[in-house]
Design a protein around this ligand. Sequence first.
Ligand SMILES: Cc1ncc(C[n+]2csc(CCOP(=O)(O)OP(=O)(O)O)c2C)c(N)n1
Length: 599
Amino acid sequence: MEPQLMSGNEAIAHGALRAGAGFACGYPGTPSTEIVETAARLDGIHAQWCVNEKVALEVGVGAALAGVRTVVTMKHVGLNVAADPFMAVALAGVNAGLVVVSADDPGMHSSQNEQDNRVLARFAKIPLLEPTDSQEAYDFLAEAFALSEEFDTPVLLRTTTRIAHGRGLVTPREKLAIEPKPYARDIAKYVMVPANAKRRNHRALQRLEELRARAEVSPLNVLEPGTSDFGIIASGVGYQYAREAFPDAWILKLGFANPLPYGKILELYGQVSRVAVVEELEPFIEDQVRAMGLPAIGKQAIPIEGELDQTIVRRALEPYLEAEPPVRGPVTLPQPPRLAEASPAPAADGAPDLPVRPPVLCPGCPHRAVFSTLRKRRLVPMGDIGCYTLGALAPLLAIDTSLCMGASIGMMAGFNKALGRKAAVGVIGDSTFFHSGITALLDARYNETEGIVVVLDNRTTAMTGQQGHPGTGVHPDSTEGPAIDIVALCQGIGVRCVTADVAEYKALDKLIREEAKLPGLVVIVVQSPCILYQPPAKRTVEVVGPNCNMCGLCLAIGCPAIAPGDDVISILDNCIGCGLCADVCNRDALIMHDAVVAA
Ligand SMILES: Cc1ncc(C[n+]2csc(CCOP(=O)(O)OP(=O)(O)O)c2C)c(N)n1
């Protein structure tokens, strides 16, 4: 195939398509914008703008979970906006490959700040790739997707303005034959409740050392032999400046710079007596090299702000080449950090050995009714963060994912868009909807995504202790201001919106069943208050013994007020009489009474 002149951004889009990506999304921002614009002109890859970078990443995670290789693009400050899903997906991992492109802008040609997002890859414990020209930008996509899938991690591909906008020849390569990966439910992996997140974090830390071993042998990290006694470690465009300024130098080009390949660095130090690190902005590599006990010429000579060029690099480093080489002390390779024990340490002497009490939805919690109906549908339930995340626990098992606040709608949208059908449903609390569900709903509407969103409107922020939110208008001092109507809000952006109440369980069940079959986007607002916030009138449940055959339908709703008895179901004292067990019973074995039944 003939070489073509491409900017780095164009090369990333073409490289993504070549690597089997089927989905590209992002939010515009210089110098990243042309990636999605180019992808939109290519056959075989769906490209869309999202309303912001957080939503774009959540949509991208949804598409990757659906089994389609996905690239999500943004400028450096966009990763600040997307930080919540970014940090969470780093733990949850992916299904099909997920590559996040951060286009940084040293020198602030068109940005409100200067920041080096390589540090965010390290912060998130994920691999970082940095191309040094358009050909590498093209080629690195295949490598990034392969790493993402092999190590079950998102990969950060960092460019800077010169790489993104500079043009170079790209030799196109044969398209890779990549099959979509079927989605497999894995609640322990995708629902970031604390117990799961702890295990995933532990795994991410182990993964980091496995990635470091890979970086040691990666073809992206190249030691280019020189003829002088001078070595340079460089990444990104810094490599180009270093190569031009010092044609005789040994250069270690780090295309895969997090985690850092210590062995490769020692290899360079074995060849030369002086080493400089040429990198724009932070002393990202330099600090880690110094931590190995190795002297490095770095930010004491090369500016820490703005862009570099070959003249700056040459002038900054030349004086050091004339000085005596630094004396080297012993090298101390950083040891892999000690991880905590996988299981908690045994109780200290004398402490009672208490039974484990997993968190559970309260008896009578209205969320339970929604999960009881959702678990019967063949829809993938994308959840969110709130009391309702507990819907992921047995016996309900009615939430497949929970990444960060507001992620459910974007993930549902990405999942459905990638599969081209209404396969997932987003489940979100009312406070979470106002926090960041609205933007994702705007996005689903703008991108004409089909799907169902269930808003669990329990009239409060229950999980954190009954705080007010814009839907209730309640302030911290209990005064009330204007309350924003979710239904009107949805309708205002042209989204069909219907209401339901868990007290009418059978109608709710029917509604969700029917909406799953209809085309388009719908929001179902389940308007049923939290029982702690607005306790319902007390009712009691009578167990009609002869009708109960212990079939377990009522046990499957996971209510802590129901227990299996010897022959029939038994209702415990903590029952508040919500009636859901009676609603799901189809043998009339449970009957509700408005008043306490006399003994
Ligand atoms: C970014 C972020 N801010 C705050 C929190 C703490 N938090 C967890 S869930 C939640 C709100 C839950 O309220 P809602 O969506 O109404 O669901 P409910 O608990 O009432 O079922 C908050 C504020 C968080 N997890 N993440």
